[in-house]
Write a protein that binds this ligand. Structure first.
Ligand code: 5RP
Length: 232
């Protein structure tokens, strides 16, 4: 699915903006299209400010002319617009393909409303075809990997594979904006999503996992021709 679908999803998200809003700004290629469109609106005089979920989003938002504030300066976040790697039943989601899941989740959870923008390839009946990102503290990460493996082995149909995410050059671990590592966990269909989410959260060393529950209330599915709005 081409970037036209992502662009149409991002464009449709502009309809949820109101002047004066403080916005959570997601990460990833779809969110970046939204940033470009938002920058054009701001250049026409639209008054909003953003809280970026990653250093990369901050850089792109600044270049697009979007005023930014620190999350700790915000007394209210009205709306977060962000992409996803998979969206399943009840808008359960896998996020973190770009390695920004912790800050994305903090911001989405603090927002009045999260609007998720995706192309149709991201809509699934069961989460898990996309490897689940799990962000972990580097301290003791090999021990944490075994604990994460045990959680996923006991809750999924196939034996999970836990891969430490590496940088593009492949010779050192990818490090998140928060200084953590990411495990990409290929575990196949995740049928008991809420149970797995709770069990992963209980593992010492797991900083956050990429299962997003009860956060997005609107999912915009862009297509080549337009966008479908799904609401819970
Ligand atoms: C980053 C994310 C992204 O939202 C997710 O990976 C989707 O990215 P894209 O819009 O490039 O397909 O969770 O951590």
């Amino acid at each position: 699915m081409g970037s036209k679908a992502k662009e149409n999803a991002a464009r449709a998200a502009l309809n949820y903006l109101e002047p004066g809003m403080t916005l959570g700004l997601g990460s990833g290629s779809t969110a970046e299209i939204f940033l470009e469109l938002l920058g054009l609106k701001i250049a026409e005089g639209f008054d909003v400010r953003g809280i970026p979920s990653s250093q990369q989003t901050a850089d792109i938002a600044r270049a697009a002319g979007i005023p930014l504030i620190e999350i700790d300066q915000a007394d209210h976040i009205h709306l977060t617009v962000d992409g996803a790697d998979e969206v399943g039943p009840e808008f359960t989601m896998i996020k973190g393909g770009g390695g920004r899941l912790l800050r994305e989740k903090i911001i989405a959870n603090a927002s009045d409303l999260m609007v998720c923008i995706i192309d149709p390839t991201k809509l699934v009946e069961t989460l898990g075809a996309y490897p689940l990102p799990v962000e972990v503290d580097p301290f003791g990460y090999t021990i944490t990997a075994k604990k994460v493996f045990d959680v996923l082995k006991n809750s999924s149909e196939q034996s999970p594979q836990i891969n430490l995410r590496m940088t593009k050059t492949g010779n050192q671990p990818f490090v998140t904006d928060g200084g953590n590592y990411i495990f990409d966990c290929a575990c196949g269909a995740i049928s008991r999503v809420r149970q797995i989410a709770a069990r992963l959260s209980a593992v010492p060393g797991v900083v956050e996992h990429g299962i997003f529950l009860d956060l997005a209330r609107i999912v915009i599915v862009g297509t080549e021709e337009g966008a479908d709005i799904l609401e819970l």
